[in-house]
Ligand binder design. Structure first.
Ligand code: 5GP
Length: 118
């Protein structure tokens, strides 16, 4: 159902430590984990600890803090992976490709010579 946040989602369980993940960053605002089905080497997710369904219903106050983490994690991932660029993606609702209904941002390293079609 659009607009509904179900706290019983897989990312809430990962944040709680009930489901294992490869964590690369954690503080009081968010965690960052390796994506289980990476689209490129070093593909990570940034997941706010405060639950919201997606960008559409996110709390703007929290979002400011989250986006600061997104930027610094993107910088760190680009450096660590020797990537040439970063694709940042956030899908809100199924029609946009969302499959997990807890706000998250994809940080996808891009490499010269490896063409992306989206
Ligand atoms: P979305 O399709 O909602 O934009 O992104 C969801 C992402 O979460 C997908 O890239 C998918 O591979 C990833 N994902 C789904 N379940 C798990 C999981 O249990 N662990 C990890 N690390 N990633 C997951």
């Amino acid at each position: 159902m659009a607009g509904h946040y179900d706290p019983n989602n897989i990312f809430t369980k990962i944040i709680a430590g009930d489901i294992p993940s490869h964590k690369v960053f954690e503080d009081d605002v968010c965690i960052s984990i390796m994506d289980i089905m990476p689209e490129s080497r070093g593909h990570v997710l940034v997941i706010p600890k405060q639950g919201s369904r997606n960008l559409i219903d996110a709390d703007p106050e929290v979002l400011g803090d989250v986006m600061k983490r997104v930027q610094s994690i993107a910088v760190a991932v680009k450096k660590a992976m020797h990537a040439d660029g970063i694709l940042l993606r956030q899908s809100s609702e199924e029609v946009a490709g969302q499959t997990v209904y807890h706000l998250h941002f994809h940080i996808i390293p891009c490499y010269a010579g490896q063409r992306r079609n989206r």
